[in-house]
Design a protein around this ligand. Structure first.
Ligand SMILES: CSC[C@H]1O[C@@H](n2cnc3c(O)ncnc32)[C@H](O)[C@@H]1O
Ligand SMILES: [Zn+2]
Length: 433
């Protein structure tokens, strides 16, 4: 393969080594990697192709660590409901009717929205994952993918779903030039019995893969777990060996001090979904306490049907704001920490640690924010502006693996008009069936 080198000049770059600061000057990219960031033109690069970074702030691509992309087709279908009613009466009956094409177009719509909003990597848990993987391959985004499994039904059905999950994980791990990685994912302790979860743990050991699940999202679910198994979800999963694998849990809203200690002890990462937790009235996770205990807390939207968008700037802002409101402490989650949660901690959570920061040697997954807008002036503190003033609409350019996916707000790898048409028609089809 021919080597491709290009240089950004006149840019402002948000680096975090170890504190956030803005470097004004140059960034050199070679193939899929950042090779230099600094104030001076790197020696010998006078002739290198140049991209003008004037009026642009370059930050690491945002990393959305929990979601269900195909659920964009169900956006607005079942608002203002609590989790279990929303799942049982609205989502699951519709999801039963999803065809492979529905998953493909639903995932395409979400991936388009994510790229346009500055997300360069995401985690997805869903059925018919090969369709999502196809869109990841075509679009150029990075993703951690898993066939999510709900363990209702017969032993045969469960065995078939586990086999599907493991064969997907084996087949797709490392595909799309390494942009796809995989995990194994029982949906939740309330939809997967203990023996079934143990099978996932065994498979994760056999295949050397991380585990992911929904955990302690609602108070009712925690109480049900105690009734059914005599333990709260954290001790229950610990007993089943879940945390013996690298693991990421989504939500973790209802935790005791002891549970936070257990998560910290096993290095379990938490995907915090502030928007979805508020919308489904699930509660507010103890993020400041988790961070204090040394738990890696990243940010996620959850599916577009419980959010109802995939704007990671909104999640960073919510994370920075709600914990101040709940605790009465304005320093509970500072802007600097919210930005790490949306980038660096996201990379750790989905085990793609060669991304998530702007630094020489890291993957060239980064975005450019258009600073020439009223809501960013004065240019007093650009890190503050990213968290408190920016939104998905401010993203002008996006690169993943050094390849440009968004240019002047236009998707380069996806056909936006076709995706919008197909998604609308897929939703109509679902409703009619
Ligand atoms: C087995 S595929 C994933 C499964 O998860 C469902 N889901 C979407 N959002 C949530 C949530 O907040 N908590 C629990 N489960 C959720 C989705 O509808 C799929 O069935
Ligand atoms: Zn979810």
């Amino acid at each position: 393969m021919n080597s491709h080198k290009w240089l950004i000049k006149n840019g402002q770059f948000a680096v975090s080594d170890p504190e956030w600061r803005i470097v004004k000057g140059y960034m050199l990219v070679e193939n899929d990697k950042i090779v230099y960031i600094g104030e001076k033109l790197p020696e010998g690069e006078e002739e290198t192709t140049v991209f003008d970074g004037k009026n642009l702030l370059f930050i690491p691509g945002l990393i959305n660590t929990h979601g269900h992309a195909a659920m964009s087709l169900l956006r607005g279908y079942g608002d203002d409901l609590a989790l279990q009613i929303w799942l049982q009466e609205k989502m699951w009956p519709m999801e039963e009717k999803f065809t492979a094409d529905d998953v493909y177009w639903g995932a395409s719509l979400s991936i388009l929205e994510m790229i346009k909003g500055g997300t360069t990597a995401f985690l997805d848990m869903y059925d018919q994952m090969d369709q999502v993987a196809k869109v990841v391959e075509e679009s150029g985004i990075r993703a951690s993918l898993m066939r999510g499994v709900i363990g209702f039904g017969s032993d045969e059905l469960r065995a078939a779903k586990l086999a599907e999950a493991t064969s997907f994980a084996k087949e797709w791990n490392g595909q799309a030039n390494g942009r796809i990685t995989t995990m194994l994912s029982p949906h939740a302790p309330y939809t997967c019995g203990p023996e079934f979860i143990e099978k996932f743990v065994q498979a994760a050991h056999d295949l050397d893969l991380p585990l992911h699940t929904h955990m302690s999202e609602t108070k009712a679910e925690v109480e049900q777990n105690v009734k059914d198994y005599g333990l709260r979800p954290v001790a229950h999963l610990e007993k089943l060996g879940f945390f013996s694998r690298p693991s990421l849990v989504a939500h973790a809203v209802h935790l005791t001090d002891e549970e936070i200690e257990i998560l910290a002890k096993y290095n379990v990462a938490v995907a915090h979904n502030p928007g979805s937790n508020l919308k489904l009235a699930s509660g507010v996770a103890r993020v400041p306490d988790l961070l204090k205990a040394g738990v890696v807390v990243s940010l996620a939207t959850d599916g577009p049907a419980s959010n109802n968008n995939l704007d990671m700037f909104e999640e960073m802002r919510l994370a920075a704001l709600i914990h101040k409101g709940v605790s009465g402490d304005p320093t509970a989650v500072p802007a600097t920490e919210a930005l790490r949660m949306g980038t660096e901690y996201g990379a750790k959570s989905i085990y793609v640690e060669d991304t998530g920061t702007l630094a020489a040697g890291k993957k060239a997954d980064f975005i450019a924010i258009d600073l020439d807008q009223a809501h960013f002036l004065p240019y007093s503190d650009l890190i503050s502006h990213v968290v408190y003033s920016a939104s998905a609409k401010d993203v002008k350019h996006v690169w993943v693996d050094g390849k440009q996916l968004l240019k002047d707000g236009e998707a380069l790898t996806l056909d936006e008009e076709r995706i919008k048409r197909e998604a609308e028609s897929a939703f109509k089809g679902l409703k009619a069936r």
